[in-house]
Design a protein around this ligand. Structure first.
Ligand SMILES: NC(=O)c1ccc[n+]([C@@H]2O[C@H](COP(=O)([O-])OP(=O)(O)OC[C@H]3O[C@@H](n4cnc5c(N)ncnc54)[C@H](O)[C@@H]3O)[C@@H](O)[C@H]2O)c1
Length: 596
């Protein structure tokens, strides 16, 4: 018979503990909530009250249910209060010695049959368990932040955890309305092992002034559909906790340099900039504990005037190319009111692109998103040409031809001869160095990258890539144009992968390595990232959509440019590509899509 959990204890009521208390109390379970001191206890109580009051205000919780929830929680200072609970979850700071001390104490205080669980993110559950006389009743129950919202729980069993303890905890997770994945005791388990390399990399980008905090976060939200950007997420996690997790993962997880905490993190922790909980981290918050970001001295001005500062006036735009990206970009510019000259390699190609643009605009009309008159006006703004000579008087050229450096260089050399002075020349390349293209002209200061995402009419993000020769005016122009297109332009340096691909693909590659190591299954890994981190798709779903060949090519580029050993493509990814399993397009990738 499954064990009954009628009373549970929670130790430590910080970022995670307070949320864990709420999860249990919401589901009708009595909670003994324990802190180290009276002030800390009050802080924990205030966090719980704040969270449940917000739920009431949002209409997600009835007032009577909130009151009943609070009645189920008994607050106390000191572990002695836990003498008769059925289960304890420890959520104190991420230090092994502290956790071991607490577990030894819990072992003494709690009933012999009580299960002792840790919410650790990265420490060894096994090492914590041996501080007790009952390691077979010690388990990891890893909730995600914010605990009341995120559906995932990672259940971590050690080699000595009793199978019935695992089964009882799994049943409890179901009772709490959570989805659990059960895994072995390895640094970072599933989600953090895939998440923290990415977060640390994003901090590194910020530290090196590769892009601003707003741009890094906007890129990942808008480019990948993530619920929040990496720096905002660091603030939510808490920089002190994130530092400890990275440090432990570095030491336990094979000394992967990508987990060595970026020096800025340590400085911020020392300076008391811990994120939301202290009111300031990468961003500034209304007050400690508040989720509301307020402007500070580095917040960029978002006014139109600020965006247009130094920008050149653009009225006429040339788009070179006849593929998917060029077609989408022509549509985007024409819809936004620009006069567009499309240049392809022949009138037949032009006719095809014209048809594709018409079809796409018509879809907008059918869906009620575009008035017929606006469609006609947009089409009327486009002229079709098969020669670059017609670009002599445009203000901006966007190149979207084949992804081959020699072709792009030759094209830019021609544009340099044809276009009037002061024109901004943009390449949509997703993997070639923009500076190579820029140096094919005599005017590298006017060359930028404009990396649109596919499909261009839908995706809200554009990466504006400035090289070491790009002028501030050209960058300002590109940014202003993005704003006029209704897109968010994020500015970054000219490095492989820009922002989005550089942060996304190593994470996908890590997921493949995790699968290859048989630590978990593709389904559980996908689940973990969707339910634990709120990602719209799991890594294997996304790899199958993007294409394994494309993913491998991007990962290789990143590896070759940065020489980061951790970026080496996963052998399994290479093998699948060699075998022709490229994802949905070949009906087989990580999953078999032939029956769907
Ligand atoms: N922050 C996250 O996003 C996150 C997510 C999942 C798991 N975790 C893990 O949860 C645990 C707690 O992290 P956090 O971010 O909530 O930390 P936190 O610093 O926000 O809170 C820790 C709390 O523990 C209390 N505490 C310290 N010593 C204590 C003691 N001896 N007895 C009782 N209480 C004590 C502190 O007063 C504090 O309120 C860590 O193991 C962390 O790795 C964190």
């Amino acid at each position: 018979m499954a064990r009954e959990f009628s009373t549970v204890g929670v130790v430590g009521l910080g970022t995670m503990g307070a949320g864990i208390v709420e999860v249990f109390a919401r589901n009708g379970i009595d909670v003994v909530a324990v802190e180290i001191s009276a002030p800390a206890l009050e802080r924990g109580r205030a966090t719980l009250t704040g969270s449940t009051d917000r739920a009431v205000a949002k209409g997600k919780l009835a007032e009577a249910d909130r009151d009943a929830l609070h009645e189920r929680v008994h607050f106390a200072v000191g572990l002695e209060a836990l003498h008769s609970v059925d289960l304890v979850i420890e959520a104190v700071p991420e230090h092994l010695d502290l956790k071991q001390r607490i577990f030894a104490e819990l072992d003494r205080v709690c009933r012999p049959e009580a299960i002792l669980a840790t919410n650790t993110s990265s420490l060894s559950v096994t090492e914590i368990s041996v501080a007790t006389s009952r390691p077979n009743q010690v388990i990891g129950i890893h909730f995600f932040n914010p605990a009341p919202v995120m559906k995932l729980v990672e259940v971590v069993r050690t080699v000595v955890t009793a199978p019935e303890v695992v089964a009882d905890v799994e049943a409890l997770c179901t009772r709490l309305g959570k989805v659990d994945v059960t895994i072995n005791d390895r640094a970072g388990f599933i989600a953090n092992a895939l998440l923290f390399g990415y977060l640390n990399h994003a901090v590194g980008m910020f530290e090196s002034h590769y892009a601003t905090r707003e741009d890094i976060d906007a890129a990942m939200k808008l480019g990948c559909g993530l619920p929040m950007g990496p720096l905002a997420l660091m603030d939510l996690i808490g920089l002190d906790t994130a530092y400890e997790i990275l440090d432990t993962m570095y030491r336990r997880g094979g000394r992967d340099r990508r987990h060595a905490p970026v020096p800025l993190l340590k400085q911020m922790v020392t300076a008391g900039l811990l994120g939301r909980k202290s009111g300031r981290g990468f961003y500034t918050y209304e007050r400690p504990g508040s989720p509301v970001v307020v402007p500070d001295e580095v917040t960029p001005l978002a006014t139109e005037a600020a965006l247009a500062d130094g920008a050149r006036a653009i009225a006429k735009v040339g788009v070179v190319g006849s593929g998917t990206m060029a077609t989408g970009i022509i549509e985007v510019f024409a819809k936004a009111g620009y006069e567009v000259i499309s240049v392809t390699r022949g009138m037949e190609k032009s006719a095809k692109v014209c048809e594709a643009v018409k079809t796409s605009l018509n879809k907008g009309v059918v869906r009620g998103k575009l008035a017929e008159a606006d469609r006609d006006a947009a089409l009327g703004r486009i002229s079709w040409s098969a020669t670059l000579d017609h670009l002599a008087d445009v203000d901006l050229v966007v190149e979207a031809v084949v992804e081959e450096l020699s072709v792009k260089k030759a094209l830019f050399a021609s544009l340099d001869e044809i276009c009037k002075p002061g024109v901004v020349l943009a390449t949509t390349t997703s993997s070639l160095p923009v500076i190579d293209v820029a140096m094919a002209t005599q005017r590298p200061a006017d060359v930028v990258g404009l990396h649109f995402f596919n499909p261009a009419p839908v995706m809200p993000l554009v990466e504006v890539v400035r090289t070491i020769r790009t002028s501030p005016e050209a960058t300002a122009t590109a940014r202003a144009v993005c704003a006029a297109l209704g897109k968010t332009g994020v500015v970054c340096g000219d490095r492989s992968g820009f922002i989005v691909n550089a942060l996304l693909f190593p994470y996908l590659n890590d997921a493949v390595k995790m699968l290859e190591a048989s630590y978990s299954t593709a389904d559980d890994i996908d689940h973990a990232m969707k339910l634990g981190c709120g990602y719209p798709m799991g890594p294997f779903e996304l790899l199958d959509v993007v294409g394994l060949d494309v993913s491998l090519a991007i990962q290789r580029e990143l590896y070759l440019e940065l020489r980061e050993p951790g970026f080496a493509p996963a052998p399994l990814l290479e093998h699948l590509v060699t075998a022709g399993y490229l994802g949905r397009k070949t009906r087989r990738g990580f999953r078999d899509h032939s029956h769907r």
